[in-house]
Design a protein around this ligand. Sequence first.
Ligand code: FES
Ligand code: FES
Length: 280
Amino acid sequence: MEDNLEGIDLEMYGEAAMSSDEERILDELGIHGAERRQFLGQSLSGAIGLFAFHLLAKEQALGAIEISSEALYSPTVGIENAVDVAFKVNGAAKTVQVDSRMSLLDTLREKLDLTGSKKGCDQGQCGACTVIIDGKRVLSCLTLAATCKGKEVTTVEGLAKGEQLHPMQAAFIKHDGFQCGYCTPGQLCSAVALLEEAKRGDASHATGDVRKDARALKLTDDEIRERMSGNICRCGAYPGIVAAVKEVQTGAKIAATWHFATDEEIAAAMNTEVKVDATV
Ligand code: FES
Ligand code: FES
């Protein structure tokens, strides 16, 4: 068919799709009828050819890139606005190449395999992604990795020293400060950074007389609740979290409200007769 260019309907992409201005220009150039269709066909095939040429050249260039099996991070192919970020993570020097819009949370989880920090909401509402940067707690989902150049990041993986738990981790276990554990990495980082805030005397909304109280604080339950309020726990482990933070922050020994069952308790429970109500 005269108006078809290898299956492309020129009626659709040609005359029918022309604006009145384009039609006027062709009229003024004296291009009409079959001559106009031929002109449109040539223009369209030229544009398609140019597009296909660019696509082919791009595919060939990408295909020619060799990716080393020892690459430290994902290849840069496809990374827009790539930036190198050199920083310390849990005491070790790291360099990653990221899209300048990539969050610290995604960088930790996807580039450095540190999946302890959790993505709860990805919009600064839940605290599951809390990490410590240069001693201060931050939400890593709202922090661009590109802004962390030269900084020191501590995640939950960096709190323990080898086999030795951080005192806050031990206190969380003692006081049953978690259930499913999803919020726990963020709670722990928040609680550890909170210790420094209290030492510095940083005031919170719950601090009474700022001039008097805002120094080396011993935190009350209300203060701890207020300062930990950015970390949500859907399991409701709050009483245990408050007890754990209070014990570590004040140094006061707080009795645990639970314990593992002893052999005797288990045996007694096993021997307990279960009475079935036959009337039901
Ligand atoms: Fe960052 Fe919820 S994932 S605050
Ligand atoms: Fe389950 Fe906090 S322990 S969300």
